[in-house]
Design a protein around this ligand. Structure first.
Ligand SMILES: CCCCCCCCCCCCCC(=O)SCCNC(=O)CCNC(=O)[C@H](O)C(C)(C)COP(=O)(O)OP(=O)(O)OC[C@H]1O[C@@H](n2cnc3c(N)ncnc32)[C@H](O)[C@@H]1OP(=O)(O)O
Length: 162
């Protein structure tokens, strides 16, 4: 008969990471705007999946500082494309909300430019580039220094009555 140690299978939690913003960025409280529903990406701020903090700059553009933990793995040692897409979906959709548009994402086009190593802190920057009728277009990129890991174009559709 095999014995199971209480430690077996237990995940060790990765050490804290620095998600502080750039000079002039102000922390952005997403739940106070959209509620507590964004748990898929933002729900475990000390866990081993994503760790995220949102900021706005002096021009009110939304930025996310994000750590991709070991549980986002796709290709060995690198982030899963779905993990990158989930982050872009949340960050670019939230950028539209932060700009005053109550939306859901209708279409999201991601280009994966370079494989993203795990346990790296990266930034998503975003811009609302147009708003016509119910269509709000947001562009963004996920990068660290000169390395661009992904670029996204996000068509958001405003929700009637909100
Ligand atoms: C309810 C939740 C609230 C709280 C949210 C919390 C925070 C969220 C924070 C964000 C982070 C999380 C983000 C997430 O994860 S959001 C979650 C993922 N997204 C969804 O689940 C959205 C599912 N889709 C829908 O609900 C509907 O299809 C929507 C609402 C998008 C449109 O259906 P609706 O019946 O209302 O509108 P319409 O069909 O008359 O279209 C209107 C116009 O839009 C154009 N169009 C539409 N779709 C597309 C498309 N794919 N490509 C190109 N164009 C498109 C269409 O041609 C038309 O244009 P025009 O003919 O007028 O020129």
């Amino acid at each position: 008969m095999s014995e199971t140690s209480p430690q077996q299978g237990a995940e060790s939690i990765c050490p804290p990471v620095d998600l502080s913003g750039d000079a002039g960025w102000v922390p952005f409280d997403a739940p106070s705007l959209v509620g507590e529903s964004l748990r898929f990406v933002s729900g475990e701020p000390d866990g081993n999946r994503f760790r995220v903090r949102y900021y706005r700059d002096s021009e009110q553009h939304l930025h996310a500082r994000i750590w991709f933990g070991p549980e986002t793995e796709g290709p060995p040692g690198h982030a899963h494309g779905g993990a990158v897409s989930a982050v872009m979906d949340e960050a670019l959709g939230l950028a539209a909300w932060a700009a005053g548009y109550p939306i859901v994402v209708g279409n999201l086009n991601i280009s994966f430019r370079t494989m993203l190593p795990l346990q790296k802190v990266v930034t998503v920057e975003s811009r609302v580039v147009s708003a016509q009728g119910r269509k709000v277009m947001v562009h963004g990129r996920l990068f660290c220094g000169d390395a661009v890991y992904a670029e996204g174009e996000c068509l958001c559709i405003t929700l009637p009555g909100r």
